[in-house]
Structures are given as structure tokens and as C-alpha cells.
Design a protein. Structure first.
Length: 65
């Protein structure tokens, strides 16, 4: 069986935690930050866990991570 290629975009966006769940960053943190509140920007800095439905798809994109 040949090796499966990892998806380049998914490699950069997702990481696996120690327990095997998929970690992601929040969106809406890159620009137009002046109108967003300080609390909102602070919350967007935190990472989040991908839902189980999407995690199954992402695991196929990053098989070796």
C-alpha cells in the first residue's frame, strides 16, 4: 500500500493533542481588529478543539501528524 499524502493546508492549520483530538485556531483574528473588543480578541487567541464530525475528515487529511 503506498503512502498517503498529507494535505499541505491542513498540515499548517491543525495539530493533534496528546489525547489524539484535533486542535485549531479561531478565525477572525487576522485584520480589522480595531472594532473588535479587547475581550473578544483575547478569546480568539485561545485554541479550540475541532468537533467530532469534522475531526474525522481532518484526520484523513493529516494522517502522519
Amino acid at each position: 500500500m503506498p503512502k498517503v499524502k498529507s494535505h499541505s493546508g491542513a498540515k499548517k492549520r491543525f495539530n493533534k493533542t496528546g489525547s489524539g483530538r484535533i486542535k485549531r485556531a479561531h478565525a477572525y483574528k487576522s485584520h480589522i481588529l480595531t472594532k473588535k473588543s479587547r475581550d473578544r480578541k483575547r478569546r480568539l487567541r485561545q485554541s479550540s478543539i475541532v468537533t467530532d464530525n469534522n475531526a474525522r475528515q481532518i484526520r484523513t487529511l493529516i494522517p502522519y501528524k
